[in-house]
Each structure stands twice: as C-alpha cells, then as structure tokens.
Design a protein around this ligand. Sequence first.
Ligand code: PEP
Length: 250
Amino acid sequence: MSRRKIVAGNWKMNLELEEAAQWLSDVDAGLNSDQCDVLVFPSFILLPDLMDVYEGEQILFGAQNCSHKESGAYTGEVSAAQLASVGVEYVIIGHSERREHFGETNQMLKEKIQQALKNGMTPVFCCGEPLQVREEGKQQEYVKKQLTESVLGFSVAAMAEIIIAYEPVWAIGTGLNATTEQAQEMHAFIRSEIAAKYSNELAQQIPILYGGSCKPDNAKELFTCNDVDGGLIGGASLNAKDFLAIVQSA
Ligand code: PEP
C-alpha cells in the first residue's frame, strides 16, 4: 500500500517572528504540495501570528508540545484545547529533548496524546533509543516499551489518527544519521508491533517518519526505505533551501 509522504520541520526553540515569516514565504514559493504533506512546528508564541500571515495552503501547522492536563493551575503550560482553539492541527508528543530535559514519562505522553486526540489534533509521537541502548542491541525492546506504555492501548479509531516518528536519540542534532538498514529495520519493527496489537491493515496506514540528522544529502536514501514515510527534520529545517531540498527528496 502506498502512504503519502510527510516532511515536517521541527524548529525547536529557534527563529523569531520575522525570520519565521520569511521562511514560510520562501518555502511556500518553492513547494508543489502534490509532492507530500509539509508540516512545520514553530514555538507556541509564534503560531497564531504565523498562521495569520501565511496566505498559502501548502504548509500545515503544529505545536512542539502540549500539556497532559486539560486546564487549570499549571503555570506556563499550554493545553491541547488552547492549541486547537487557534487552529493548530498537529502536535509533537514525546520528543527526546522533552523526555530528557523536562522529565516527560511514557505515562504523561499517553495523557498528552489523549488530550490531543480529544481536541481533534493529530499527535506526532516520537520514540527512539539512546546510544547506550543501541550499543547493547536492545533498541527494539526499548522502543516497544515506549510504544506499549504511551500508544498501543488506544482504540483502533484513535490509533488511526496517530503519526509516529522514529528518532534515535544518538542521531538527533549529532550529524550522525541512522543508516537506511537501521531505519528500515526499526520502522518495520514498529509497524509489526502495531499489526500484532491491531491489524496489518491499520499498521499499513500509519505514517512512520524518520528523524535524526536528516539532511538534503541523505534524505532521498532514507525516504526510499519501504517503511519510512518521510521525515521529522530538526536542524536542517531552519534553512528554507535545505528544507525544500528534503521535501523534493520525498
Ligand atoms: C528533531 O529534533 O526532531 C531532529 C530530528 O533533529 P535533527 O534533524 O537536528 O537531528
């Protein structure tokens, strides 16, 4: 079955309003949206302004995080309902930087996914092993636990709304990407876990993106793997030209 490719830019805590608006205009001008779905994940504060200034239809907007709580006395948090209320349609959940620096646990991530789905947003759930786990050869066990504790308990209907991003922690921002063999092996494993829990039909529908030092010079190779449905791009998404080159590779 052929799944539509997705290329998503995770800007992390980068770009100010003017630079971000320029990026949108540059990327929009270079896109042909028939190629694949193009998503961008700016910081919370920029989202409403950017969605306002953006006049095109080819770029879809997402947030980099949302609260696992519904509403209330959680200073500094942003709820899924608030994001949905300004028209945000996607949200990254469980990025390794949030797991590492902000102590996000698999259980919290499950609650974040629930909040996102309840508010009609598509969660982009990140999973992936640290270097030590890869060196011990236990990466499948590790990712299986992340999936089982955060994702694989949802209903078929909920599961069908989720995008997964495999992002080996050792590849994020390091310049060291997974090989096509490593990426394909893990993506096929993730798909087989979904098939085992739900059905092969559902597993074949779910987009699984690769993230981790994906760049113009390695994107094409990675995206040709059978089970790699595009990429979640960090560093290389900040430069409109590089990002567009990655989109062309899809
Ligand atoms: C990311 O932050 O999701 C990511 C993949 O980063 P980078 O592309 O910079 O490795």
